[in-house]
Every structure is written in C-alpha cells, then in structure tokens.
Design a binder for this molecule. Structure first.
Ligand code: NAD
Ligand code: ZN
Length: 352
C-alpha cells in the first residue's frame, strides 16, 4: 500500500513541506519527472520547490513508458549526480507515474528494467518516490505495478516495493485535461471496477473498493455534477479502482488492450474503450452502461483499427493477450484455456 497520502484542492502547494525532511543532503537532489504538457506553464512550474541541484526532467506522455526509456533515464540521473537522489517525484498521468516508480526501483536494483517485468522480481527497496496525478483513472498512483513495454512484452514490474511512498491527490491539477482524454482515462477506472467486481479473484476487501469506485464513476459519467465535484470524485474513483484491482485482478478488456497497445501503440485508456465496446458477451451490464456513458458525452473511438492487419500481426496481438494468464483466470476461471481460443480472439480483434 501507499504509505502516506494527502487529498485536497490546492494540496500540491504542500509539496515543499513534505519533501524537506526527506532530503538526505545538499548533494542528493530530488528529481522531478514532469509531464511536458506543463513545460511552458510558469504558474505550474513555479510551484515545484527546487533547491540545490534538484532537477526537473520534462517527459512527453505521447507514448507509453518503455523499458529502454526507463534505462536511459536511470543512466541520465546516475551520470548527473554524485550521490543517489533523495527521491523521485512523478507529476503527470499514468505514463509519468509509472516512469517515476520504475526509475526509483532501477536506481537500486542492478540490471535493465526488462529483467524485472513480471511478479515479485524486485529484490531491493527503491529510492523514495512520490506521485502526483494530474489526470484521473489509471489508479497508477496507488497500484503495486508499473506497466512497461519491453522488446518482447508489455508487462508491469509488480512488487511490494513498487507503490509510492507518498501520494498527493490535488484534483485542481486535472483542470486542463482534454475532454476525450478525460473520458478514456476515466473509463480505464470504470473498466477496472467492472473487471474486478465480475472476476473470480474478487474478495470482500477488493469489493469494498470496487463498489465505491464504480458508484463514483457512475456519478461522474452519468449525472451532471459541478466541475469541482466531478474532478474530486473521479480522483477518488481512480484511487479506489486501483485499490480494488491491486487486491484482485483485471480481465478481458485489459488482456486484449495490451495486445492493441503492443502492436499498434494504441494508448491504454483508448485501447480499453475500443475493446470494451465489443465485450457484451463477457460483461453485459458493464458494457450497456459504458455505451450509455459514451453516448451522454458524445465520445467516439477510431473504428477499423485491425482492418488491414496481416495474419502475423493478429498472431502477435493474440500472443500478447494470451500471455496474461492471471487476467484470463480472473475473468473466465481456471479452465479458461478451453474457452479462450485463438479464433475467438481473432474474431474479437477483427471487429475493432
Ligand atoms: P497519460 O499519462 O498517458 O496522459 C494522457 C494525456 O493527457 C497526455 O497527452 C498527457 O500529456 C495529458 N495530460 C495529463 N495530465 C494533464 C493535464 N492536467 N492537463 C492537460 N493534459 C494532461 O494518461 P493515463 O491514461 O493517465 O496513463 C496511461 C498509462 O498508464 C499507460 O502507460 C498505462 O499502461 C498506465 N497504467 C498504469 C497502471 C498502473 O497500475 N501502474 C494502471 C493503468 C494504466
Ligand atoms: Zn487499466
């Protein structure tokens, strides 16, 4: 679990106060990994409490995090400081939060980040890492994974050392999120809830978070809330949805979406939406409400993304999807291999 969290509009202003006691010495900087959407917003960057040799590294979130990107960032940080940093602070969406978590772990675990894609392969505690989401939905701020695309797979570094040491939840930071992106990332949370609550791994702990997150998502996407209330509630939904899947598992939409993202680079939130639209056979009620939300907000997704793919490309996506065994076991049961065939997945992908 995340050790410490503060929530509140304007709580970002407390960042300096929070990290001051954690500075090891003047030569051990804090490294701020920040979404480059904030790069020229002086009202934002002036609030980052830089001291001594602290650095801001602006990073584009146009593409999802890669293992090679994590390795390059770790090298850049090691070469630029004589001491290990005092901490890594990630400010952005799931992309930047996952990078911050991975960089913190790779600074204390020798090797390439691709060596650690999997479950519980990390042996050493990472350096202090603090996460500040600026868009709500992925639950990365609370989860025990950091999802990376490597040369052969898209898979998280799942470990007890992955969660942030501190999170600051300030809904005001989500103010500039474009509407479509708000929907895609918000639906990631909604889909986490549906897959967790309808899965075989569900338990009372996970359910309590999933039910709360689902109710918040329905309020945000089906009711007409005030702007502030909507921002606050979606941020809390993201947190609770992330908690729910951390103690259960995701399902069919995520398995298929990982395939889309690995082959075609389609980003997680949008990929989930493209897939989920076709999953009434697995999640009938969840998909019915999803379509209602989509219609209410007048959002559409690209069609025919798999229209011109070769057999080989279908095979790559199907291999990625089928490799995510815990997701299928959660969604379908221990005997999932008898039901989830390559031809079923090809049919589903062909519709997208
Ligand atoms: P993102 O971080 O990729 O950002 C999406 C877009 O929104 C980007 O263009 C970004 O610049 C922009 N943006 C973010 N905040 C903004 C703001 N306040 N104003 C204006 N623009 C803003 O989006 P995401 O959906 O949060 O993250 C997707 C990533 O999260 C994927 O890489 C996915 O694999 C990962 N993920 C991780 C977990 C986990 O548990 N670790 C769970 C789900 C998804
Ligand atoms: Zn997700």
């Amino acid at each position: 679990m995340v050790a410490k969290v503060i929530f509140g509009r304007g709580s970002f202003n407390q960042l300096g106060e929070i990290i001051a006691p954690l500075r090891k010495n003047e030569l051990a900087p804090f490294i701020f990994l920040v979404d480059d959407v904030f790069e020229n917003k002086s009202s934002f960057s002036s609030k980052i409490p830089l001291l001594y040799s602290d650095q801001i590294i602006y990073i584009s979130a146009d593409e999802e995090p890669k293992t090679s990107q994590v390795d390059a960032l770790v090298e850049e940080i090691i070469l630029s400081t004589s001491n290990l940093p005092s901490g890594i602070i990630g400010i952005g969406g799931g992309t930047i939060l996952d990078l911050a978590k991975a960089v913190s772990l790779l600074l204390t675990n020798n090797g390439s980040s691709e060596d650690f894609q999997g479950w519980d392969l990390i042996k050493n505690k990472g350096i202090y890492h603090l996460g500040i989401p600026t868009i709500s939905g992925t639950g990365s701020e609370v989860s025990r994974t950091t999802v990376l695309t490597g040369p052969t797979k898209k898979l998280g570094i799942n470990s007890d050392f992955t969660p942030f040491d501190q999170v600051i939840l300030d809904p005001e930071l989500t103010v500039g999120v474009p509407k479509n992106q708000w929907f895609y990332t918000g639906m990631d949370c909604y889909i986490h809830c549906i897959e967790s609550l309808n899965g075989n791994f569900i338990n009372s702990f996970s359910k309590s978070y999933g039910v709360t997150a689902l109710k918040l998502c329905e309020e945000v996407f089906l009711n007409s809330l005030s702007h502030n209330e909507s921002q606050d509630k979606l941020m809390m939904a993201s947190w609770h949805g992330g908690m729910s899947i951390s103690y259960s598992q995701v399902g069919v939409a995520h398995a298929l979406s990982y395939g889309l993202s690995f082959l075609l680079g389609i980003k997680h939130g949008l990929g989930n939406c493209i897939v989920f639209d076709h999953l009434e056979g697995f999640y009938p009620e969840g998909v019915r409400v999803f379509k209602q939300m989509k219609a209410k907000h007048n959002v559409s997704f690209p069609k025919g993304v798999c229209a011109n793919l070769s057999e080989k490309q279908f095979d790559i996506m199907i291999d990625v999807a089928l490799s995510l065994e815990p997701l299928w076991e959660n969604a379908v049961g221990k005997e999932w291999k008898t039901q989830i065939t390559r031809s079923l997945l090809k049919d589903l992908y062909s519709k997208m």
